[in-house]
Design a protein around this ligand. Structure first.
Ligand code: COA
Length: 316
């Protein structure tokens, strides 16, 4: 199988900035508690009129521009999300119309919660191997603010909205991204009920138990990706972690002795944006010139499902 590389990235962020102090006016919490337990200081919410599809389109347009690829060259489009504006049509179908992507390509949404973007990269690698077009559009986008349970102070402070996108390219002879993906069917630890359950469609989570799962899943995924790719941690230029809690990242960094210049946290600014978190990091790093052509990035994610995943992806 031929591998994919990232050619361009972009992001789309909503306009409403919400600080921990703002949340102090809504729930019984404090800036100190939120910062010390999670590392989050602010998050962004969609303002009235802003939509997930709009954020996804902004991120995707920037990624196409960054990659120097035209919509007509795209062979597949996947939006990783758990919070699309509509279940049907999928956000990816609306993106097809908005960006004028070719009509004869697969465009669909993928829900693997916070691991969605990595599941989508893996899926895209498979799809592009079977496509005559060599570029793919992978977006992670969330509008989680509308799913927040304001009666649960343990979860309402965590989440934010946003979108990140990557244009990937598939070429003969390129190494596979060595994706590792998995799930334990678990509907107790992290849940957003859908229509038909009779429950309110709001996020509920057993935070401490999810934390324990994440702390084990992250190094496990890193080990598996390195093993599958035949690379060592020293050969990785940058480590990108799902931004769920700064303490989870700190534990992984300590375990692998990753130096500060090789990893990044933007959770303080955006909170947990689920499927958008990894592409948001990629897009900021690329803009700052910290990753670019030739960089080898190990990305790891985990989330509801429970799902986990990792891959080693290079930049074209
Ligand atoms: N403000 C102030 N106090 C709060 C609070 C808040 N927003 N939320 C909870 N507390 C209180 C609790 O009521 C509890 O008080 P008590 O000891 O008097 O009962 C105390 O803080 C500790 O609560 P706990 O839930 O045990 O905290 P924690 O250390 O586990 O941190 C999370 C909570 C959610 C930050 C943490 O568990 C976490 O990040 N989990 C992983 C989440 C994750 O990764 N989710 C996404 C997967 S993609």
């Amino acid at each position: 199988m031929n591998g994919i590389k990232i050619r361009g990235t972009g992001r789309g962020l909503p306009g409403r900035l919400v600080t921990n102090r703002d949340l102090e006016n809504i729930v019984d919490t404090s800036d100190d508690w939120i910062v010390s337990r999670t590392g989050i200081r602010t998050r962004r919410y969609c303002a009235p009129g802003e939509t997930l599809s709009g954020l996804a389109a902004s991120a995707a347009r920037r990624a196409l521009e960054d990659a120097g690829v035209s919509p007509a060259e795209i062979g597949a489009c996947i939006v990783a999300t758990l919070s699309a504006d509509t279940l049907v049509p999928a956000a990816a179908c609306l993106l097809q119309r908005e960006l004028d992507l070719p009509p004869d390509i697969p465009c669909f949404d993928l829900n693997a919660a916070c691991t969605g973007f990595l599941f989508a990269l893996h899926t895209m690698e498979c799809l592009l191997n079977a496509s005559p077009r060599k570029f793919g559009l992978v977006v992670g986008a969330e509008n989680l603010s509308r799913l927040i349970n304001w009666e649960d102070r343990g979860t309402c402070i965590l989440f934010g909205d946003g979108a990140g996108a990557a244009v990937v390219e598939c070429r003969e002879g390129w190494p596979s991204i060595s994706a590792v993906t998995g799930c334990h069917g678990n509907d107790a630890l992290l849940r957003v009920p859908g229509a038909g359950t009779g429950e309110r469609s709001l996020i509920s989570m057993e935070g401490t138990r999810v934390f324990k799962f994440a702390v084990e899943a992250v190094p496990w995924c890193m080990d598996q990706v390195l093993k599958k790719s035949g690379r060592t941690a020293a050969e990785v230029d940058f480590f990108v972690f799902h931004q769920a809690n700064a303490r989870i990242i700190d534990l992984a960094v300590r375990k692998y002795r990753i130096p500060p210049e090789k990893y990044y946290k933007n959770i303080a600014e955006y909170g947990n944006t689920s499927a958008a978190s990894i592409p948001l990091v990629l897009s900021e790093l690329r803009e700052q010139g910290r990753i670019g052509p030739g960089s080898r990035v190990l990305a790891v994610g985990f989330g509801g499902g429970l799902t986990w995943g990792g891959c080693l992806i290079e930049f074209a």
